[in-house]
Design a protein around this ligand. Structure first.
Ligand SMILES: [Fe+2]
Length: 307
């Protein structure tokens, strides 16, 4: 390419694209060319000022500094900008009868304890309303899958995940791993999930406030359901009664994941809830990095930050 001595902004874009056009790996070449094209177009469209450019550098630097084994500010940015759900929808085009996926979120932790059927993940939660979540894990023909693993996590009734609650001193709580029985059944004792605000003490929170957005997520329970020979699904179940179903801060609600949490008030007994949800898994097909690999890498980000 000819050397320019009086470059315009469009000359620079062309030169950068040219420089990346020799990338040997075709997929990396596609990604880098697309990134440069759209990033340059964005900067030109909004006519980014030098002060705004520096603010962006500060925000990204602060986001990086906030990341630890308990905090993933970049996933929070991805979630609140809707990018996580666009990636989800591109990678899991439905309907095919399998349970729909949704965001992984920033709060998964490795090492949740294995629990028997009916195990209580909320044993330290004294103020929550007891809730039994049960159902089956099935294949696309409706046949039960024995030995499917359900990795479960949710907030306490305070609205905080264990990693956000200093009184727990780092202990795991509201997390468990459950296996299905021969009929594909699982059952989990927990506390009624509540809506909660995503962490707003960092750059993501400042973005939400500056743009007039609320930080609330509708009440939900997180699941990663996996079984040998099937494609794992990362998903939530949502409480149908929640006021934030229509305005989730991270855009993660799908109709098929909305579930009835039924209140029971036995005479003389304490009120409690039950919820039933069946998960359907499709057969594993592809040899490329699986969904679960991606989840393990994301979860390991926290573990690596703690080193
Ligand atoms: Fe959550």
């Amino acid at each position: 390419m000819a050397v320019h001595h009086n470059k315009t902004e469009d000359d620079i874009t062309a030169e950068v694209l040219e420089r990346f056009s020799q990338t040997p790996d075709p997929r990396l070449r596609q990604i880098m060319l697309g990134l440069v094209k759209h990033l340059h177009a964005f900067v030109k469209e909004v006519e980014l000022t030098e002060a705004e450019w520096f603010q962006a550098i500060e925000i990204l630097t602060e986001a990086g500094r906030m990341c630890s084994d308990k905090r993933q500010e970049f996933i929070l940015f991805s979630d609140t900008l809707g990018v996580s759900m666009v990636v989800d929808l591109i990678n899991h085009r439905k309907p095919d009868g399998a349970t729909e996926s949704t965001v992984f979120g920033p709060f998964h932790r490795l090492g949740a304890p294995e629990m028997p059927a009916g195990g209580n993940i909320a044993h330290l939660d004294k103020s929550g309303t007891p809730t039994l979540v049960s159902g089956r894990v099935l294949d696309l023909d409706g046949a039960p899958i024995q030995g499917a693993l359900l990795d479960v996590w949710q907030t306490q009734s305070s609205g905080l995940y264990d990693s956000q609650d200093e009184s727990l001193g780092g202990a795991l709580h509201m997390r468990g791993r459950f296996y299905t029985d021969a009929e594909g059944r699982y059952s989990i004792r927990t506390a009624l999930p509540v809506h909660y605000p995503i962490p707003s003490d960092g750059p993501v929170g400042r973005m939400l406030r500056a743009t007039g957005r609320h930080p609330w997520r509708p009440a939900h329970i997180h699941f990663v359901v996996s079984a040998d020979g099937y494609e794992p699904v990362t998903t939530h179940i949502f409480d149908r009664r929640d006021e934030y179903l229509g305005s989730d801060a991270v855009f993660a609600v799908k109709d098929s994941l909305i579930c009835d949490f039924v209140r029971h008030e036995p005479p003389g007994g304490k009120p409690h809830y039950t919820a039933e949800f069946d998960f359907r898994l499709k057969p594993a097909t592809e040899l490329k990095a699986t969904v679960l690999d991606a989840q393990q890498r994301l979860a390991a980000l926290g573990a690596r930050a703690a080193e």
